[in-house]
Design a binder for this molecule. Structure first.
Ligand code: FES
Length: 133
């Protein structure tokens, strides 16, 4: 029997550290649980709310280029996307879906700002005879 669980990784001590380490308008490449992940500041410009962060896989689903070399952009609704520099396809950072046509989707990872840090979740498949709920 298999099941999928989310394993949370503390990637920053707090939101301030995340804001300092993520370059403005650019993703920060992190290696988390054997994966290369682009973490971005997804807070819309001019926003007065608490900062938000998002993460998608580093490999572009179109042709495999490095999304960590791309940049972030925002639509009129404040939705953040990460643009791949090779062919300029843009991927929404909340779900990884390409937003300017096409069906490519990058893997997205949940990111949560909590009292004790900023956490990124990775899916893991576990196998066992019985699982306690
Ligand atoms: S490789 Fe990223 S858009 Fe083509």
């Amino acid at each position: 029997m298999f099941r999928t669980v989310i394993r949370w990784h503390r990637i920053f001590k707090n939101a301030d550290e995340a804001l300092q380490r993520i370059p403005p308008g650019k993703p920060l490449l992190l290696h988390i649980a054997g994966r290369k992940v682009c973490v971005v500041n997804s807070t819309p410009p001019e926003s007065t709310t608490a900062p938000t962060f998002a993460a998608i896989e580093e490999r572009c689903p179109h042709n495999g280029f490095s999304l960590s070399r791309g940049w972030t952009t925002f639509d009129e609704n404040g939705q953040c996307a990460l643009v791949c520099p090779l062919h300029r396809y843009a991927f929404g950072v909340q779900n990884g879906r390409r937003i300017n046509g096409g069906g490519e989707t990058a893997r997205a990872f949940p990111v949560e700002v909590r009292d004790d840090g900023v956490f990124l979740g990775t899916e893991e498949t576990q196998w066992g005879w019985r699982f306690k709920e």
